[in-house]
Design a protein around this ligand. Structure first.
Ligand SMILES: C[S@@+](CC[C@H](N)C(=O)[O-])C[C@H]1O[C@@H](n2cnc3c(N)ncnc32)[C@H](O)[C@@H]1O
Length: 302
């Protein structure tokens, strides 16, 4: 370890590498404006849906990779026809289940499952519609920070199956993802690309902007309009363990990249020097994609 580094603190930063994603996400949600920015985008998408669909029609929504659904209040109130929360982590869903019981919001359901296994396969998608959504198509599908967990080569198949089998004729998809390129070394994108490139020789191809162009070229989506907008989000918490728990989530450890102990030490020391010691916030440039199907929207709303 280099001199001038607080060894105990580094050890504490390493100790939180195995946090559950929902625990790290909770810290990120609390100490950044991510959920505020996403909530504003979601509000605009709901406005578009509300403008076209009859006021008396109860709307339906599916949140993919919902975690304990930080947008619960917005989604629960807007989607009284059924809100379905899908996640792979039981602990995250248990938090929502307790809330559903306590607040008698029984139009909300939790579903434990792997969205790749369900939606990358046409038959499984149809089965899911029948078994888990009661055969009812969705007015909204959200993918808030969950497309990282699906290889970008499969994104088109994911959207095609959602579009054909899950989305109602008048509906929307709202997806949010960290931008894939940035030369600013204070961003989550730079941090991810730097370490994944250095340790595994990998790049980041999860480019929502590029994906939007692919959607526009694909005739399956000819009845849809897509919009994309970038936002800046800031994160800082005056607790090194909490700061590092979020860094491990952003670096997709251990789900996608299993950094060795030596590599984790290097990452922790870097974060300590670059962000935590000078009290510098970590910036996230994030892309929001809205896909509108069968909706009256001439304005560029996202
Ligand atoms: C970064 S969190 C985002 C949570 C929430 N949507 C938000 O915006 O805060 C990603 C979520 O996706 C879930 N997830 C990851 N891979 C998944 C998969 N294959 N199937 C279902 N959920 C998955 C994780 O458990 C986690 O709760």
């Amino acid at each position: 370890m280099s001199t001038g580094v607080n060894k105990k603190l580094i050890e504490r930063g390493l100790g939180v590498a195995d946090f559950k994603t929902f625990e790290a996400d909770k810290i990120w949600s609390r100490y950044s404006n991510d959920k505020v920015v996403i909530g504003e985008g979601l509000g605009r998408v709901i406005r578009v849906l509300s403008k076209t669909l009859p006021l008396a029609k109860p709307l339906t929504a599916l949140s993919i990779g919902s975690s304990n659904e930080p947008q619960f209040r917005i989604l629960e109130t807007a989607f009284r026809g059924g809100l379905y929360l899908l996640d792979i982590e039981e602990e995250a869903l248990d938090i929502v289940k307790e809330r559903i019981r306590r607040q008698w919001t029984d139009h909300v359901s939790t579903i434990r499952g792997n969205f790749n296994k369900i939606f990358l396969d046409k038959k499984n998608t149809v089965r899911f519609l029948k078994a888990k959504l009661g055969g009812r198509k969705m007015n909204l599908v959200t993918l808030h920070h969950s497309m990282y967990y699906c290889d970008e080569s499969k994104w088109m198949a994911l959207f095609e199956n959602l579009y054909r089998k899950i989305l109602a004729p008048q509906s929307a998809v709202h997806a949010v993802l960290m931008a894939s390129n940035s030369s600013d070394d204070c961003t989550t994108t730079w941090l991810y690309n730097h370490f994944v490139g250095k340790f595994f020789g990998l790049g980041n191809n999860q480019n929502l902007r590029e994906f939007k162009r692919g959607l526009e070229r694909n005739s399956i989506f000819s009845g849809a309009k897509t919009f994309l907008k970038s936002h800046h989000v800031r994160f800082f918490v005056d607790d090194f363990e909490k700061f590092m728990a979020v860094v491990w989530m952003i670096l997709l450890y251990p789900d996608a990249h299993k950094y060795s102990l030596r590599q984790r030490e290097e990452i922790t020391e870097f974060v300590y020097r670059k962000f935590w010691k000078p009290r510098r916030p970590l910036i996230q440039i994030q892309d929001h994609l809205a896909l509108y199907r069968g909706l009256r929207t001439s304005a560029r709303i996202i």
